[in-house]
Design a protein around this ligand. Structure first.
Ligand code: HEC
Ligand code: HEC
Length: 346
């Protein structure tokens, strides 16, 4: 049967053969489900779209391991005090639990740290979408004065002093530490941050008990009141840049900083609603502390900024309906992803 299997399946069968004592005594289902996962990253459920990997950065174990090491390495910051994981906290779906997070020398942050769960599916990065690839995005925190305040060439030179980093880079990319290997490895590691096993996903896959009556009622409401007009698709975002009426005026003007167009003031990327259970506070500036605050914001219909999206208008919900909607939103939190993330901390 091997001739029509993918390479990974062949290995799965060979390992199953060994684990089953060299005979195919167990059923195929048992052989597959009893195995340890064959890759260290998280895989997407079957009903999700394919993730695009760049041609020069296909995911493999050596690349993922190298990226993981870098992600948790505080020597990337100029004063050796913060790593990527100091802001993108594993226990919070690689987001944070504070409005902003300090960088090197304790410099104050300006925006709320977004979750990196499923970041490999995003078409562009940062809250105004100004960076086109995950590889390029890594340069932002490295150089930003209030993040690592460092320089990628200097980081590469320092890593090259370390024999084990040198060996890992060569194994993963065929060359030593460099801007290329650093940005690629961080990209590869982040593409493995896939959280698609929430109660909602299990319900989609046919487990009728995965969602309570309240969650199902909340799911109905989510569509009825139009949340899905922006928060649609498997990540609960349509990836548009919109003003959701959060403020009457914006100090941080969002997309306008990129385009200079006054019609873009207050427009930010529609975020995914996955893992909201561990990513409070919410919005680009972390200004809404709880999900209740978020629902009250939408029920009020926003502050009416001239650029506010037309979809945002007052909504009336009873206390019971608010509760159901919240139960549904929380059913998008993947606790198995969060446990896996926490297990990566060195
Ligand atoms: C000092 C805190 C801090 C550190 C350190 C940090 N980040 Fe971030 N990260 C943020 C904030 C804040 C944002 C949102 C910035 C914005 O939208 O302008 C962000 C955004 C991102 C995004 C974009 C996500 C999206 O939804 O568009 C990625 C990817 C990312 N960071 C990866 C990393 C990686 C990789 C590292 C380490 C090399 C890192 N970050 C280090 C705070 C941090
Ligand atoms: C017009 C499009 C639109 C509609 C409709 C909409 N949202 Fe949003 N939502 C956004 C945008 C844009 C943001 C990001 C704003 C920011 O970063 O400050 C956002 C942010 C959020 C956040 C914060 C997520 C985070 O991690 O910070 C939550 C929660 C949320 N919306 C829930 C809802 C719910 C529930 C509804 C229905 C009542 C809804 N949204 C309707 C556009 C929309």
């Amino acid at each position: 049967m091997w001739w029509y299997m993918k390479e990974s399946q062949v290995w799965l069968w060979l390992t199953a053969f060994v684990l089953c004592g060299g005979t195919f005594a167990c059923t195929p289902e048992q052989q597959v489900s009893d195995l340890e996962p064959v890759v260290p990253w998280r895989e997407a459920p079957e009903h999700w779209p394919e993730m695009n990997h760049p041609e020069d950065n296909a995911l493999n174990v050596a690349r993922w391991e190298l990226g993981k090491r870098m992600f948790f390495d505080a020597s990337f910051s100029i004063d050796g005090s913060v790593s990527c994981a100091s802001c993108h906290l594993p226990a919070h779906a690689f987001g944070s639990n504070t409005p902003t997070s300090p960088g090197a020398f304790g410099a104050a942050g300006t925006r709320n740290v977004p979750s990196l769960a499923n970041v490999g599916y995003l078409p562009y990065f940062l809250r105004e979408g100004g960076v086109p690839t995950l590889e390029m995005q890594a340069l932002v925190p490295i150089q930003e004065a209030n993040e690592f305040h460092h320089n990628i060439v200097a980081i590469a030179e320092a890593l090259a002093e370390d024999e084990s980093y040198m060996a890992q880079c060569i194994q993963a990319y065929g060359e030593g530490p460099s801007a290329f290997t650093i940005t690629r490895a961080l990209g590869a590691f982040q593409r493995g941050m896939i959280g698609g096993n929430s109660p909602y996903d299990r319900w989609v896959q046919g487990d009728e008990d995965a969602l309570s009556e309240a969650a199902l009622a909340g799911m109905e409401l989510f569509g009825e009141i139009g949340c899905d007009r922006c928060h649609g698709g498997h990540l609960f975002t349509d990836h548009r840049m919109l003003n959701n009426g959060l403020h009457a005026s914006y100090e941080d003007t969002g997309l306008e900083r990129l385009t200079g167009n006054p019609l873009d003031v207050g427009k930010f990327k529609v975020p995914s609603l996955r893992n909201l259970g561990v990513t409070a506070p919410y919005m680009f500036d972390g200004s809404l502390a709880t999900l209740d605050d978020v629902l009250i914001h939408y029920m009020d219909g926003g502050y009416g900024h001239p650029n506010q999206a037309e979809e945002i208008a007052p909504i009336s919900l009873s206390t019971g309906e608010m509760k159901d909607l919240k139960v549904f939103l929380l059913s998008l939190t993947d606790s198995t992803f969060i446990a896996w993330s926490a297990s990566l901390i060195p």
